[in-house]
Design a protein around this ligand. Sequence first.
Ligand code: MN
Ligand code: MN
Length: 467
Amino acid sequence: MPKKKSEAQELREALCSKKKHAALRMDDKEIKKAFDYCGKYMDFLGKAKIERQAAAFTVAEAKKHGYVPFEKGKKYKAGDKVYYLNRGKAVIFAYIGKKDVKEGLRISAAHIDSPRLDLKQNPLYEQDEVAYFKTHYYGGIKKYQWPTVPLALHGVIVKEDGTVIDVNIGDDEGDPVFAVTDLLPHLAQDQMKRASTEIIRGEELNILIGSLPFRDDDASERVKLAIMKLLHDKYGITEDDFISAELDAVPAGKPLDVGFDRSLIGAYGHDDKVCAYTAFSALMDIKKTPERTALVILTDKEETGSDGVTGLKSSYFRYFVDDLAEAFGMDGRTVLSRSECLSADVNAAFDPTFPDVLERRNAAFINYGVCVTKFTGARGKSGTSDASAEFVGKVRAMFNKAGVVWQTGELGKVDLGGGGTVAAYIANLNVDTVDVGVPVLCMHAPFEIVAKMDVYQTYKAFSVFMA
Ligand code: MN
Ligand code: MN
């Protein structure tokens, strides 16, 4: 016979919040779905290392789903699917809903740039018969994590006649890779006394790219010359062409299952392609015309502060909404003021090895589902858009009704660290916005880790929001 519950037990069950591992809240069928879904995500992530590739991948995929380029001045109707590609580095997808656009949009926004090492504009040099590229790191990194990691090179070189040359080397079978070197421990006594931000200095993040000299010549810098000749043969470029190039060194290799149980994914660039992919694929998987017009924004430049023509501080998003509103005889500001947004970005997952930086009661845990973050910012919530209780209440009810496994989380203890997302830039346009996303271990490292259950629950959250 079951023991009768005590009054305290009954009260606790009725009044206190209950948290549970996602695997204990999902049945076998849903867990299998989560693993299968993550296979598709890993395929995307292995191919979309930089924003240009993520934009190209998603546009190609969207075309298969019937999306066509948005045309200003054209009339649109429910069921139409359009996209707007901003300079190949940021993209907006819209699925016109049954309700009039004037009733507002359902927006999911994520970023597709990730921390990395960018080549400088005069990158190539030779030192002691070894050739290198000079770099300037992009985004917030722990510089000491980047030496001795195999690197691939992705991006474009634009020649003076406007020709754009795609560079993608280090990630395909048989490709060579590149690397930043580090000192052997035997000789690192002085290096190890440096402050940890200086163990590898910015100007020491030089990428080793070759060591064979050009043979039939007695001129100086023969290794550099030999490399330049290889680059000319392969890409038709001269040294000056680096000036108008964007070349990014990123960790080489494909995403990998982590753990005996394969419950986790280790890869470069989860931040924030994990939210970009879950939002994007949720939009693509919508079976029938959504109630409200659904928008997915995949933006660039978040990691450097969202400035610039492809970042969300630029007006490209607002202009798009203006043009879309115009197609329905409406003005953009009214549409925005009635819109709602899930700003999708990763959050710090509680790391049991480093428990002190997060406050347990308000931290996000891996395998506890998609994380809802009411406010970001630091030191008095500075810089946050701080979602309203009303909007968080609405999202909470929506997720619970659909059986989404979700949790709340903040980015670190009060007065410790902090960080921002694109939420504030969208909220500043008078759009109700809250941060959601996947908890990540070792964020901004060359190898970041997420849990498959969380990835799937994030996809589910976007599906519920936009459908
Ligand atoms: Mn991010
Ligand atoms: Mn980031």
